[in-house]
Design a protein around this ligand. Structure first.
Ligand SMILES: Nc1nc2c(ncn2[C@@H]2O[C@H](COP(=O)(O)OP(=O)(O)OP(=O)(O)O)[C@@H](O)[C@H]2O)c(=O)[nH]1
Length: 397
């Protein structure tokens, strides 16, 4: 029994274990990081396109049933409605690029459009079909159409959405079901519609649970793929992606964007004197110290071995001296012998340096970092060429 529990907890529960910090990101979209939102958007758009392509074929095909079951005018009106719906699905399925600026808004718009088609088709069918004189086959088809909003609620389960999004997407679908029921002459009494309402709420609950667990699983994978396992900082690849986007946004908005290239001083001596594990520990300590000084929107990237890139959005060049003073006060941690870690820093800023692309910005910061090393280490070179002595090795940290 204990072996069974161990296997269950190791292989089933553990990989999906939640920590408290992750819960808000599963409940509301604005607590998700930009990177997770972008990945969720890519997944949602791919799924919307796949389902839309499928429906663009299946929806017109069902016209055969309409033509077989209903009489002339009713049947052709339904067929017309089907072709309008299919046209919307074709537009949604059409290949398109993920928006580089607003991928999440693009995904939400496409999903909303796709989800609205079946309930609107249902509402349209209620207007077209005269419910007072139906033969048994027609009644069956009408009942099937009435299931459309419920099917949409169940279909939400395949999207990695937060609880709030599930709720917001479900509300118009529930409203369409209610309006359709009234329009087809049904009484909106709990004892009449209670079973259907219960079924829809169950579908909503299942979709919500499924969406949140997909989001959590996706977040764990993305987090692993994006971060450096030793320090938890962004990996070079994901850091470059983030910088590319941040650079584009800063240029569009005409706002400053600063990159700081930081290279630990005499790091090899730690490895040589105290071993690789001590070197690893120094890198972890450095990242923990940097995080204390950085703001929420700043991005810390491990660019290579003991080189780090810090992306500082909306940090104008004139605020850099006070930022560096705070960094110095916070320190970078200690070497194994108890001395303070120090670093050489090169800083570039997109407005002050007139960089055309992010690669140029990084290259300028890198050259300035080398100038700081040449200048004697434990220094920073600013965008105006000033070299500042940082004093990490003399300050307490
Ligand atoms: N422990 C550890 N060492 C690493 C890691 N990545 C790179 N290094 C080591 O970092 C050292 C970098 O050495 P150098 O480029 O000579 O730089 P330095 O000793 O800091 O000298 P300066 O930069 O000139 O001050 C090399 O010995 C690498 O093996 C890592 O993940 N862990």
């Amino acid at each position: 029994m204990s072996r069974l529990w161990k296997t269950l907890s190791q292989h089933i529960v553990a990989p999906t274990q939640l920590n408290l910090e992750q819960i808000p990101g599963l409940l509301v979209p604005f607590r998700r990081s930009a990177a997770i939102r972008r990945h969720a958007a890519a997944v949602i758009i791919a799924r919307v396109q796949f389902i839309s392509a499928l429906f663009a074929l299946l929806v017109p095909l069902w016209s055969l049933v309409d033509l077989w079951v209903f009489d002339g005018a009713t049947a052709w009106s339904l067929v017309g409605l089907r072709f309008v719906s299919a046209a919307v699905f074709v537009i949604l399925a059409w290949p398109r690029e993920l928006s580089s600026i607003r991928p999440y808004a693009q995904a939400m718009t496409m999903l909303l459009c796709m989800l609205l088609v079946p309930p609107l088709f249902y509402l349209g069918s209620v207007q077209i079909i005269d419910a007072s004189a139906l033969d048994p086959w027609q009644q069956l088809v009408v009942r099937l159409y009435a299931f459309m909003p419920t099917i949409v609620l169940g279909g939400l389960a395949i999207f990695p959405l937060t609880a709030l999004e599930m709720l917001l997407f479900s509300l118009p679908v529930l409203a369409a079901a209610g309006i359709g029921a009234v329009a087809s002459g049904a009484e909106l009494a709990l004892e009449q519609q209670g079973a259907m309402l219960w079924f829809m709420l169950m579908m909503m609950g299942v979709a919500m649970f499924s969406g949140m667990s997909q989001s959590h699983y996706m977040e764990s994978l993305v987090q692993k793929a994006m971060t450096d396992p030793l320090t938890g900082a962004f990996s070079r690849r994901s850091g470059a992606e983030a910088l590319e986007l941040m650079f584009r946004l800063a240029v569009m908005a005409g706002k400053p964007l600063t990159v700081m290239f930081l290279d630990l001083d005499r790091f090899k001596a730690i490895n040589d004197g105290y071993g690789h594990d001590a070197g690893d520990e120094a890198l972890r300590t450095l990242v923990a110290h940097l995080r204390r000084t950085l703001r929420r929107g700043d991005v810390l990237v491990r660019w290579g071995g003991e080189e780090f890139l810090v992306i500082l959005p909306e940090m104008p060049a004139d605020q850099l001296p006070s930022f560096l003073a705070r960094l110095r006060d916070g320190g970078l941690g200690l070497r194994p012998d108890g001395a303070a870690l120090s670093a050489s820093i090169g800083i570039a800023e997109c407005l002050a340096d007139g960089a055309d692309d992010w690669q140029k910005l990084v290259s300028i910061a890198d050259q300035r970092m080398y100038a700081a090393k040449q200048g004697g280490r434990d220094r920073a070179v600013l965008p105006d060429g000033t070299m500042l002595a940082l004093g990490f090795s003399t300050a307490a940290g």
